[in-house]
Design a protein around this ligand. Structure first.
Ligand SMILES: [Fe+2]
Length: 192
């Protein structure tokens, strides 16, 4: 089953008050709106990109510690297509590597490691990856977002690796767009 961005927004709003915290909902709205803008600029399906952004952290309503798997299983149970469910798993990891993530080396099981290693990231999943690294509840530079993550989650053995891959992903989109990704988001200057 497919989902529109409108339905995705209703779905996450219906979970307000369910988890320990609700800030993930405003974060997902930011990621969805940011993703839609990038998709539009690249001639991709902006509503689909927006829907993916809206649901990517949906697992946080159910299990904040293991939100990627919880989100995947929740959407799967509701009958949504695999590509929508997958964004819950892929959004935290860069470079097809479960260890390329903020907040320390992965404790994921072999099945998850293998899935991320062998999964061919779609353009949409890459868009969600970069938007997750440009959004808290407002859009910001990756530099500011990475510092925010370090301040909250600390510096770990894989932090440098994650930063390097984040910069590579930003360059990937700069090159695809033919201009600086930040140019799509003038409000970024209000949030330096
Ligand atoms: Fe996120």
């Amino acid at each position: 089953m497919k989902i529109s961005s409108e339905e995705a927004l209703m779905l996450i709003e219906s979970l307000r008050g369910v988890g320990e915290i609700d800030s993930w909902i405003d974060h997902c709205v930011c990621v969805g709106n940011c993703a839609s803008k990038i998709a539009q600029s690249l001639g991709l399906d902006e509503d689909y990109a927006k829907a993916l952004g809206f649901v990517h952290d949906i697992g946080r309503a159910l299990n904040n510690k293991s939100h990627t798997k919880a989100g995947y299983e929740y959407l799967k149970k509701l009958g949504y297509d695999e590509d929508l469910c997958n964004v819950c798993l892929t959004h935290s990891y860069l470079n097809n590597d479960v260890n390329c993530s903020a907040g320390g080396l992965s404790k994921q099981d072999k099945e998850r490691k293998d899935f991320i290693k062998n999964h061919e990231y779609t353009e949409y999943e890459k868009i969600i990856n970069i938007c997750d690294l440009m959004c808290k509840t407002q859009v910001m530079t990756i530099e500011k977002r990475l510092i925010d993550l370090i301040l909250r989650r600390g510096v770990h053995a894989n932090t440098q690796y994650h930063i390097v891959e984040t910069f590579k992903l930003k360059k990937y989109f700069d090159d695809k767009l033919g201009f600086n990704l930040y140019d799509l988001f003038p409000s970024i200057k209000d949030n330096l």
